[in-house]
Design a protein around this ligand. Structure first.
Ligand SMILES: [Zn+2]
Length: 445
């Protein structure tokens, strides 16, 4: 008999492996940070002895959900300004609020709030872009959550860096510090092709080539962005990025709501990861991304919430439900995205969009042990006929019971083990008061 660190058994296992196996009465053996065996419970318990066991009887075991696009400290701006289009929302409310409030302490408090919300919702990996990303990485590692974390670089002075040179020096230190960490993948995040110059975008790409750091950015989020780009550069944002040699398999592009011409083909060929944020796109009325077409054409496509100021939560359950329904109503075809495909978008496909499908996104031997136990007997879930339908259309954030990331239990029976929930709630109140004070006498709603 082999000794492992953790055995999870008795539940219904949704593997999301290549065969999309669903195993009843399953067992998963975990050694250190990795899964070493997956199968029927009786085989697993015969082969392995464990220091710690988790009985998943009556529960569904799923791969940890992957939130492909966030700005995690913006949880502290949740509900600050709603019901506006992207340009007004950004320039009249968010940029001024950020200029007056974002400090390292703000970022840390907002990150802890977002991490707690994500763990509670079964999210085990997220891709972020914000300021003071080194502090975000520190909080994320302490909470035991996995992250692709991009320090934002942009062509105007921001909270943590006043010049481009300062920002690039920050990123240099940041990437060097976190590279090789088990949980944190440090990245560079040029805000968008309309807020970062061509010369600077090229510099970002060179930096990424030299360090191997992923590039996280926003592309073609609104029709106006695409129209402006065509007017100014005679090319869509995607085409422009291709022309300047920016696109490759390390790029993660959020949104792509308005691909033009051959953009989808370009993204597929370059191996760019694209992250669809249906609720944020709906709330800001940015439009509906051609997701069914991108999936058909083989684009590495995942799912994200975007920041909590434009969503207004970090729930991947809501995002899965929305992605399936939005594209049905938009195309008039209820078959266009199935429940299983919606679940893929939040797991293995999001892993592909982050270029991490060899490490996460499914429950398979050799992969990182990122697992979530979900109840299947809440009133809103009864009765159960089809597991994917159950997960996508009926299950809620509150049905998540236990969360394991990198082999470590970070929530057990809904109790957070790595974060202090009471202190997080208190922090949110303190910063709420500060934000209100900072904006008083400025814009009125
Ligand atoms: Zn965003």
């Amino acid at each position: 008999m082999d000794t492992v660190d953790l055995l999870v058994f008795n539940g219904t296992l949704v593997t999301m492996d290549d065969k999309r196996r669903v195993i009843e009465d399953a067992g998963v053996a975990i050694k250190g940070s990795r899964i070493v065996a997956v199968g029927a419970r009786r085989d697993i318990v015969r082969r392995y002895m464990a220091r710690q066991t988790i009985d998943a009887r009556g529960k569904i075991i799923i791969p940890g959900l992957i939130n492909g696009h966030t700005h995690i400290p913006m949880t502290l701006f949740r509900g600050l300004a709603d019901d506006l289009d992207l340009q007004d929302w950004l320039t009249k409310y968010i940029f001024p609020a950020e200029a007056k409030n974002v400090s390292e302490e703000f970022v840390r408090a907002g990150t802890r709030l977002g991490l707690a919300e994500m763990i509670r919702g079964g999210t085990t990996t997220y891709c972020d872009m914000y300021y003071f990303e080194d502090a975000i990485a520190d909080e994320t590692a302490k909470a035991g959550v996995r992250g692709v974390l991009g320090e934002t670089v942009i062509d105007f002075p921001v909270a943590d860096n006043k010049t481009w040179e300062e920002a690039m020096a920050y990123v240099e230190r940041f990437v060097k510090k976190w590279k090789g960490h088990e949980l944190i993948t440090p990245a560079i995040a040029p805000h968008a092709p309309y807020t970062v110059s061509e010369a600077h975008l090229k510099e970002v790409r060179e930096f990424s080539d030299r360090t191997g750091a992923p590039i996280v950015t926003h592309v073609s989020e609104t029709k106006r962005e695409v129209d402006d780009s065509i007017k100014a550069k005679n090319a869509s944002p995607v085409e422009y990025l291709r022309r300047i040699g920016f696109l490759n398999h390390r790029v993660i592009a959020a949104h792509v709501v308005w691909p033009a011409g051959n953009d989808i083909d370009t993204l597929e060929r370059a191996g760019v990861g694209v992250v669809h944020n249906p609720q944020s796109n709906m709330k800001l009325a940015s439009g509906v991304a051609p997701v069914p077409r991108m999936m058909k054409e083989g684009v590495r496509l995942g799912l994200g919430t975007d920041g909590a100021a434009s969503n207004n939560d970090l729930s991947m359950w809501e995002e899965m439900d929305t992605v399936a329904k939005l594209h049905k109503v938009f195309t008039g075809d209820p078959k266009v995205i199935s429940a299983q495909q919606a679940f893929e978008l939040a797991t293995i496909r999001s892993a592909q969009a982050l270029h991490m499908e060899n490490e996460i996104g499914s429950i398979e031997s050799g992969k990182r042990a990122d697992l979530v136990l979900v109840a299947q007997d809440a009133l809103n879930q009864l009765p159960l006929y089809n597991i994917y339908s159950h997960l996508v259309y009926a299950t809620k954030t509150s049905d998540v019971q236990t969360v394991i990331i990198n082999g470590r239990v970070v929530m057990r029976d809904r109790r957070l083990l790595t974060l202090d929930e009471a202190a997080i709630k208190q922090g949110a109140g303190v910063f709420r008061a500060q934000v209100i004070k900072s904006l008083a006498g400025g814009q009125s709603k």
